[in-house]
Design a protein around this ligand. Sequence first.
Ligand code: ADP
Length: 492
Amino acid sequence: MNSDVRQLTNHELLRSACLIGGEWVVGRGEDWIEVLNPSTGGTITTVPRLGALEAEQAIEHAVTAGKKWSRVPATERSALLRRWFELVRAHEEDLAILLTLEQGKPLAEARAEIRYAASYIEWFAEEGPRCYGDVIPSADPHTRQIVIRQPVGVCAAITPWNFPSGMVTRKVAPALAAGCSIIVKPAEQTPLSALALAFLAERAGIPAGVLQVITGPSRAIGAVLTSSQDVRKLSFTGSTEVGRLLAAQCAPSLKKLSLELGGNAPFIVFKDADLERALDGVMQSKFRNAGQTCVCTNRILVQREIHDEFASLLAARVQDLRVGDGFSDGVEQGPLIDKAAHDRVQSLVDDAVAHGASVLCGGEPHSASPLCYSPTVLAQVSSGARIARDEIFGPVAALYAFSDEREAIELANSTEYGLAGYVYTRSLARAWRVSEALECGMIGINAGLISSASVPFGGIKQSGYGREGSRYGLDDYTELKYLCMSALDSEL
Ligand code: ADP
């Protein structure tokens, strides 16, 4: 047994089986996926390599269970979700340990993610009973026009490895609150968090088949989930490339889709900004999770007059970041998820340097462990470098100089992506002008950390569509049905 696993208080949370139709199954028990600790390279445990057959079985269970679940009163569904929320909070430490083990992020960040993940369950436990309809005035005095909202039906969720808990509850909680059943296919690298959450959902009393988790090869399982006529909705968080592929696979069955894809967030610092606050914002929005978030700052656009000063202030902070195993005291940055991610980051840095960028700190692998990368600041980066276009997904801050507001907006929008953007200025008028001009789904104004359960998370352009969280978050899991009641002849 991996030594860190011994830290768990409740060993039942470490699941090596999938939850399908209310049973913990391993398939034929012959084929397994090793779950690795990116900090040590050691094996934590194995999970079953299930496939198309089990995905089809899960869909059948989801259809049957979903029909019953949709008829459970919203207040009862809410009570079960609340119980699940309370169990997640009660097991915060164990869930955080599992998360750090399989994902590598520092334990403090893992704890924060578990609280973030739980907050979506709480939010939608409360939002479910408020799934209101509408009465629309009719031109005909004998007619009433009513709109009700109904669950879309069976949903599938394909989730990534960067937030293995948060991305699961952000999809599962609104689905269950709306009265849908859902099948989750977590990322191969990080299945343990999803399985532990499902175990707690089962303990909370969420009925068999309403929430299922299947692990295995993404293509085979994805092909079944996307092609099935019984699956009415897919929610995906991951790369734009895979998002496009899944959208195409969903087209023949005309599934409802939520796609939360890549980003290339601009972080604009005007010369009138509070620089200390802007530095705080970069540290939060760039270096959290070793730079592996889709809302991570990707391009730091700094007004020319303050570019060099800002770059050296940032480098002074960045080189102090403590890198290492997420379980070590005081570590602020863990490893990248795998070797491919590590190599990609290095190649982006090399290309930026070849295009004239100067390395103020970092720019190379970190000695703490093979997957750790040194926190890096690159100044005077050329907008022709690959790092200006590609999502970095690593701890590299790339700074670009701009002259005026018009150029800042032009540069910020010169990307296919449109997820998050950040603006730092003391001018209220400029904050409004720039926020309205930025082609992004979410804007932080003098704020580097903007996501919570109460706000709509999502993007535009090639960052996808649909919104998660907030009062809008139920919309993706409900269909509007219009009822026309006529022949209401008046007796007057
Ligand atoms: P990332 O760059 O974050 O790894 P991916 O888009 O590759 O993003 O992966 C996100 C999720 O999509 C993971 O759960 C992965 O297993 C899944 N995935 C990747 N390729 C496919 C595919 N062809 N079909 C279905 N799911 C896929």
